[in-house]
Design a protein around this ligand. Structure first.
Ligand SMILES: [Zn+2]
Length: 239
């Protein structure tokens, strides 16, 4: 909870839904969303913070049931970090906290600032923004990559000077693309936010901002037929 202490989580969730249904977000920054009413000004602020901690146990406000995953071992996607490395999923899908509604299918991987992140699938960089310093909760360094089927992957909260690709660049699964960090509303926990969207119209980026996250799982790690599970660590295997 950063910058939005004035709002209750329940009210925030309702606001978030209203914002996305009506597409009237006054201001949106970064990724995972949490909303608050602050002195009558509507602000939608990304927040991967507010860990589910309970993972799939317990119901958080706004928590829903996720589904619709494809065959995990035939997924087009690999984990977005270096083969051989292991990271914990702090917040998975439909947590009811930062990952609800628009961001239902996001993943947060705990990793120290400066960890190499890699492309999860072949594609073209369609957006890249850097310049925020770690600890800056108002801006997020991020990369989006569009795949052959038109879907777009979002990699967010990168460190300052942690964007190592340029718009228009072609990348391949496993290519290093940047360094993780602690920019935007991470809840103070350095991590990589990864989510997949049916188009590149995301809040804060060019477009309508209404391409909500969609299910994604990964072929180069332990079985994850219903996506990755919170509070579990996953090793990226060779692919
Ligand atoms: Zn997140």
């Amino acid at each position: 909870m950063v910058l939005i202490a004035a709002s209750t989580s329940i009210r925030g969730e309702k606001l978030a839904k209203a914002v996305y249904r009506n597409e009237t977000a006054a201001r949106v920054v970064g990724v995972c969303v949490r909303a608050g009413l602050i002195t009558a000004i509507l602000l939608v602020i990304t927040a991967c913070g507010g860990s589910s901690s309970g993972g799939t146990t317990g119901m958080g406000p706004g928590q829903s049931v996720c589904g619709g995953f494809g065959q995990w071992d035939q997924s087009d996607f690999v984990l977005p970090y270096t083969v051989g490395e292991t990271y914990r999923v702090n917040q998975a899908n439909c947590s009811g906290f930062g990952h609800s509604d628009f961001w239902d299918y996001g993943y947060d991987f705990d990793m120290p600032i400066g960890t190499v992140i890699t492309a999860a699938r072949d594609g073209e960089v369609v957006h890249a923004q850097d310049g925020a310093v770690d600890g800056d909760r108002a801006q997020t360094n991020l990369i989006t990559i569009e795949h052959a089927d038109g879907t777009v992957a979002l990699y967010s909260h990168l460190t300052l000077n942690g964007v190592h690709v340029t718009i228009g660049q072609q990348v391949f699964a496993g290519d290093p693309i940047g360094l993780s960090g602690d920019t935007g509303n991470t809840g103070g926990l350095p991590h990589l936010h990864f989510s997949l969207h049916p188009c590149g119209a995301l809040p804060g980026l060019p477009g309508t901002g209404n391409c909500s996250s969609i299910p994604v799982n990964f072929r180069n790690t332990d079985p994850n037929p219903e996506g990755l599970v919170a509070n579990r660590s996953y090793t990226a295997m060779s692919f």
